[in-house]
Design a protein around this ligand. Structure first.
Ligand code: 13P
Length: 297
């Protein structure tokens, strides 16, 4: 199935795919194992910082290997590429989805660059996600309250968003409705009424960034509105990784990495499994080998 078909299926069946940030092989293993365990389609993504650390080619090869080994639907996404060149590198290296985040640029500049990326990506069957109003925060645990950060941004305006989508032809729009990157002392509250208005106006899919630390009920309602098919999750994976690694190393003399990392991978897997259940994508993977078995029967 193509990326478009995978997202169409999510939209028509009312669930969202988790897009999980992976900065190293261990996180990829945790994410993939969760997907296989729960038969959920997956998006594995990397931000510019993560892909620089991982290496574009390494990331692609690792995902390709898992896809072959597991026979499993995994889409890849370049998360928050910030410039034309960075996005073009992503197109060249064969990501299934490219998120171009031009939200820090003047509006017309954002439209212009996004349009070029859409044209080049579509030639290769790659989908593009755009961003107009900046999704604030960083993928770390924050001490300050979400409200003060939310108040410093401007929420996605449905009219402006519709103009952006019509002019650029993006396949997905990343909305800012109070969702913030990172976790906060209290979960950021989402403006679901605004999400409804955006969903009514826009012809494209929507994505929800900042999938860590949100209220489960807000996430369920956001998906139920009907256009959100991609929910990004990073901070909760990072925290599970680090806390588990610290615990494993505490008081231990172990030096063999293959004995140190399995609990870390298992902790990442557990977080991902929770998100898959919450997003409703468990059991939704169409696995080619099973498809052909069904056809033979
Ligand atoms: P969190 O770090 O809040 O999970 O957000 C991740 C994200 O949106 C990546 O683009």
């Amino acid at each position: 199935m193509t990326a478009q078909e995978i997202l169409n299926k999510a939209k028509s069946e009312g669930y969202a795919l988790g897009a999980f940030n992976a900065g190293d092989l261990e996180i990829v293993k945790g994410v993939v194992q969760a997907g296989v365990e729960l038969k959920s389609p997956l998006i594995v993504e990397a931000s510019p910082g993560e892909i620089k650390f991982f290496g574009h080619k390494n990331f692609d090869c690792v995902i390709e290997n898992f896809k072959k080994e597991m026979g499993f639907p995994i889409l890849t996404n370049l998360d928050h590429s910030l410039g034309l060149e960075e996005a073009q590198e992503g197109i060249e290296s064969g990501f299934d989805l490219i998120h171009f985040d031009g939200s820090s640029l003047p509006y017309e500049e954002n439209v212009k660059i996004t349009k070029v990326i859409v044209e080049q990506a579509h030639e290769k069957g790659i989908l593009v996600e755009g961003e107009v109003d900046k999704i604030l925060g960083e993928s770390i645990p924050h001490r300050e309250e979400a409200e003060s950060i939310q108040a410093s941004g401007s929420y996605t305006d449905p009219e402006k968003a519709a103009d952006f989508v019509n002019q650029t032809g993006v396949d997905i729009l990343a909305v800012f409705i109070g969702n913030l990157h990172g976790t906060y002392p209290q979960p950021p509250k989402l403006d679901l009424e605004r999400l409804k208005l955006i969903a009514e106006k826009l012809p494209c899919f929507l994505s929800l960034h900042g999938g860590s630390g949100l209220l489960e009920e807000d996430i369920k309602q956001a998906i139920a509105i009907g256009k959100v098919v991609k929910i990004n999750v990073n901070t909760e994976l990072r925290v599970a990784y680090r806390e588990t690694l610290e615990n494993v190393l505490k008081g231990s003399e172990e030096v063999a990495i293959y004995r140190i990392m399995p609990p870390v991978i298992a902790a990442v897997q557990k977080v991902v499994e929770g998100k898959i259940q919450l997003f409703g994508s468990a059991g939704k993977a169409v696995i080619p080998s099973e498809e052909s078995t069904t056809t033979q029967l």
